[in-house]
Design a protein around this ligand. Structure first.
Ligand code: UN1
Length: 495
């Protein structure tokens, strides 16, 4: 059985915890690998290795750094199928989606490889004659990337690839649920020729390992994706040390369906956004806000489609919904369904873990729709991170926008309508970081900024050009070639 270890300073090494922990297939409960146990000492060693590699890496010309990333993209493309299968076995998402997870990293590798040849700064006119003014990008230093299990390749790629092309070195702490996929991803960087120490991996650690990285004196920037509760702690600790921190946290994304919408399209989109990845995306739709006039018709069509969803092992052909990631996730979903019942929501379909047949061995939960939910209920406000969809009837677009924006989260929102005026109004007034028109809430592309408002983050965006602003410091440079002392900000008007 495979043993997953840390990768520090160019070596695969055991963690200092002295124990091994099992890695499970959530669809069967089977142990598929052993993972080394890490401690804060391993986080420290990794940060030191990253700090040692930084001076040389920042000097590698950005186009060359980009070329290594291009090779990472090529290797990912060659290994897409094997990475996708590994990913499905470790965290359960169905194979087509696992391939998509790897594809996002391929896209990001090529995008950031290109940035190695752009990475534009600015030249601006100076106030004074014979003086040149420009702003250039510099790397920040050692970056700690702390990532979740739900996109074990895509989300880390949004952090690691831009960090590297900008000249930073990285310590990556993936979620404990996906160590094998993480190690296989790191191997792609090694095989692409990334120098030792530039990317380090610490697996199999608890929250203390992440906390140690946040506090580490060598770490200058923490890029975190995960829960809002943990993100708050990360931000507090980073704040004490005045470190840069970027947070991608929870979501309670809604799809609004207006009475004039193409209902067939809306139903397909809702099912994909709510039950794809078993609802375990930060962009997943967990609320549908629907105009009362079409409420009953939408429910009828949704139920008909959801009942036909095929659950099973993600590696099996034709399976549409895999398991939840673990036992705690099943309990959390069940708890929320109970809360929903007590709050007065009606369980229209689903509402229980799968207990019969082969699936009973894994962490399966039947896709669930809660009807007649009101906007203030816990099931309409709190992130469940599972296959549970709350239907909220409203009277018109204005109320729909109010309900959408009543969430403390603000990642993604969507509207289905054929009315151009209503689509544009919603596009401007929905207060999320991402808005879709006639498409569900998932499927963000890496060319565009990714992130959310309010409790979803702290104002930063990942991916696209925005990523460069996260992973670079701006340096303003003035070159005075006049040969005399030119005093700025005094009597320039008199010149
Ligand atoms: C996440 O769930 O953390 O937009 C990321 C999407 C994917 C990424 C989701 N491209 O759904």
């Amino acid at each position: 059985m495979e043993l997953v270890r840390n990768y520090i300073g160019g070596q695969w090494v055991p963690g200092s915890g002295g124990e091994l922990d099992p890695d499970y297939d959530p669809a069967t409960g089977e142990v598929i690998a052993q993972v080394t146990r890490s401690t804060p000492a391993d986080a420290r060693a990794a940060a030191q290795a990253a700090a040692a590699a930084f001076p040389a890496w920042r000097k590698v010309p950005a186009p060359q750094r980009g070329e290594i990333l291009y090779r990472v993209g090529e290797i990912l493309r060659q290994r897409k199928e094997e990475l996708a299968r590994l990913l499905t076995r470790e965290m359960g998402k169905v194979l087509v989606e696992a391939r998509g997870d790897v594809q996002e990293a391929i896209d990001m590798a090529y995008y950031m490889a290109g940035e190695g040849r752009r990475m534009f700064g600015h030249t601006v006119p100076s106030e004074l004659p014979d003086k040149f003014a420009m702003s250039i990008r510099e790397p920040v230093g050692v970056v700690a990337a702390i990532t979740p299990w739900n996109f074990p390749i895509a989300v880390p790629s949004w952090k690691i690839l831009p960090a590297l092309v900008c000249g930073n070195t990285v310590v990556w702490k993936p979620a404990p649920e996906t160590p094998m996929t993480s190690a296989a991803f790191v191997q792609c960087f090694i095989d692409a020729g990334l120098p030792p120490g530039v990317l380090n991996l610490v697996v199999g650690g608890g929250a203390d390992v992440g906390a140690a990285l946040v506090e580490d004196p060598d770490v200058r920037l923490i890029s975190f994706t995960g829960s809002t509760a943990t993100g708050r702690k990360v931000a507090e600790a980073a704040g004490r040390h005045l470190k840069r921190v970027t947070l991608e946290l929870g979501g309670k994304n809604a799809i609004t369906v207006l009475a004039d919408a193409d209902l067939d399209l809306a139903v397909e989109a809702i099912v994909w956004a709510a039950f794809g990845t078993t609802g375990q995306r930060c962009t997943a739709a967990s609320r549908v806000i629907v105009e009362e006039a079409i409420y009953d018709e939408l429910v009828r069509r949704l139920v008909e489609r959801v009942k036909r969803l095929r659950l099973g092992h993600g590696l099996e052909e034709g399976v549409e919904v895999g398991p939840l990631v673990g036992a705690a996730a099943v309990e959390k979903v069940q708890r929320y369904v109970e809360i929903g019942r007590q709050e007065g929501a009606e369980v229209i379909v689903g509402g229980e873990p799968v207990k019969e047949g082969d699936l009973a061995r894994g962490f399966f939960y039947s896709p669930t729709i809660l009807g007649r939910v009101s906007p203030e209920m816990a099931v309409a406000q709190e992130e469940i991170f599972g296959p549970v969809l709350a239907l909220i009837p409203v009277k018109d677009l204005d109320e729909a926008i109010r309900v959408n924006n009543s969430s403390r989260y603000g990642l993604s929102a969507s509207i289905f309508t054929r009315d151009l005026n209503k689509a544009f109004k919603a596009m401007r007034e929905l207060d999320t970081g991402i808005v879709y028109v006639n498409h569900g809430t998932t499927g963000a592309e890496i060319q565009l900024p990714f992130g959310g408002t309010k409790d979803t983050g702290n104002g930063h965006r990942e991916a696209g050009q925005a990523a460069l602003d996260v992973f670079c410091e701006w340096k303003s440079v003035y070159v005075d070639y006049s040969g005399r002392l030119q005093r700025a900000q005094i009597d320039t008007e008199a010149l």
